[in-house]
Design a protein around this ligand. Structure first.
Ligand SMILES: *Cc1c(COP(=O)(O)O)cnc(C)c1O
Length: 385
């Protein structure tokens, strides 16, 4: 049985006609940069998330960079985030010269632990509570980037309470969670600014790179718009600040407008696939399948389970590989242990929950078009390993 990890082919066959039509329209009108597709998409997706504004940009990484720029992040600033995420989350903080401060995760949701977050901020303010801090002097706490890992929103209410207590901004890295929900609110609407990605493998992907920022704040959307185009001011030839080439391409927006038509239905299908996995994997000895807490909806960007230990994981991965089924590890090296961040001085043991998850976690195929018999085939391989 040939089971793709993500099935973009089946999806394309559903939207092909509209994608070609929308892309042809761009080729006809010729506004490849900032064409009418950009505001059309921004309006549609802001509406979907329930935010006032959205800003199309060149990638999820640029969305994070633009968000941090618009909040004036600079050297000497500390931004608290999770080590159990894609590199870009912390990379963007460091690129602006600020310092990422890593806070360990909750063992069930894999998202940042709000209690440890509060304690780590207290530690930076001088409390001696044993929380690990980066070896950088004189940092000022400025903000938090929470990540909705694997499509499951982080515990926004608890994190927001910590942010408010310490007067920090909160950015939601919703690169994996567009389509997810938290207590009736859409992922992408949690936080001062939320950032998502349209990388092809994300729940809503385009056919190249793309991303988006969401906010309710009129001043921030103005700042974001300016940073997106080299810090452009009201007079387009007078740049009033620094920025980047952060625009979304019209062709990608055209594709996204077509793909968004079937997206809500795909979110439902993903949920069904996840529910079927949960049933099939429930009774496997030593395996912990993922789950979404009451009141949360995951969009299942990745379906990641924990094996009993590294050896068990190796047996499962080998058995799946023998049947040509991919089971990649997200993420094998938590960010506090990445070579690029070695100057921060973190060591193994600083974020034990993340390190433990990294040693046991593995993903299996997840997409809206996965069939029940394919899922059963995968579950049987895992059970027999
Ligand atoms: C994919 C991803 C990003 C970066 O998005 P790109 O579009 O690839 O730049 C940032 N954060 C998280 C959590 C991601 O999964």
């Amino acid at each position: 049985m040939n089971i793709p990890f993500i099935d973009l082919k089946t999806q394309f066959s559903r939207v092909e006609e509209q994608v070609r039509k929308n892309m042809d329209a761009v080729l006809e009108h010729g506004a490849y940069i900032m064409g009418p597709e950009i505001p059309a998409l921004e309006e549609k997706l802001a509406d979907y998330c329930g935010t006032k504004y959205a800003l199309g940009c060149a990638s999820g990484t640029d969305a994070l960079t633009l968000a941090l720029m618009s909040l004036d992040i600079k050297p000497g600033d500390a931004v608290f985030t999770t080590p159990f995420t894609f590199f870009a989350t912390a990379e963007t903080i460091a690129l602006l010269g600020a310092t990422p401060v890593f806070v360990d995760i909750d063992p069930v949701t894999f998202n940042i632990d709000p209690e440890k977050l509060d304690k780590t901020i207290e530690a930076m303010k001088g409390a001696e509570n044993g929380c690990p801090l980066p070896k950088v002097d004189g940092l000022t706490p400025k903000g938090i980037i929470s990540v909705d890992i694997f499509g499951l929103p982080a515990d926004f209410d608890a994190i927001k309470a910590v942010a408010d207590k310490h007067d920090l901004f909160l950015i939601e890295d919703a690169a994996q969670s567009f389509g997810g929900e938290y207590k009736g609110k859409k992922a992408g609407s949690l936080g001062k600014i939320a950032c998502t990605s349209f990388f092809p493998a994300k729940p809503l992907g385009c056919y190249g790179d793309g991303g988006m920022c969401f906010t309710d704040d009129e001043k921030l959307i103005e700042r974001l718009r300016s940073h997106r185009v080299h810090g452009q001011g009201p007079d387009r030839y007078d740049n009033v600040r620094l920025g980047i080439t952060g625009r979304l391409d019209s062709l990608q927006a055209a594709a996204l407008l077509a793909k968004f038509e079937i997206f809500p239905e795909e979110v439902e299908l993903r949920d069904k696939v996840a529910a079927t996995y949960a049933e099939l994997l429930a009774d496997i000895d030593g395996l912990t399948a993922p789950s979404a807490p009451e009141g949360y909806r995951s969009v299942w960007a990745q379906y990641c389970s924990l094996a009993k230990d590294g050896e068990h994981r190796k047996r499962i991965q080998d058995a799946l590989a023998a049947k040509k089924i991919a089971s990649p590890i997200y993420y094998p090296i938590p960010l506090h242990l990445q070579t690029a961040f070695k100057d921060l001085g973190y060591t193994a043991g600083d974020c034990p929950v993340s390190e433990n998850a990294a040693s046991r976690i593995f993903a299996i195929p997840m997409h809206p078009y996965l069939e029940k018999d394919q899922q059963k085939y995968i579950a049987d391989i895992i059970r027999n390993a």
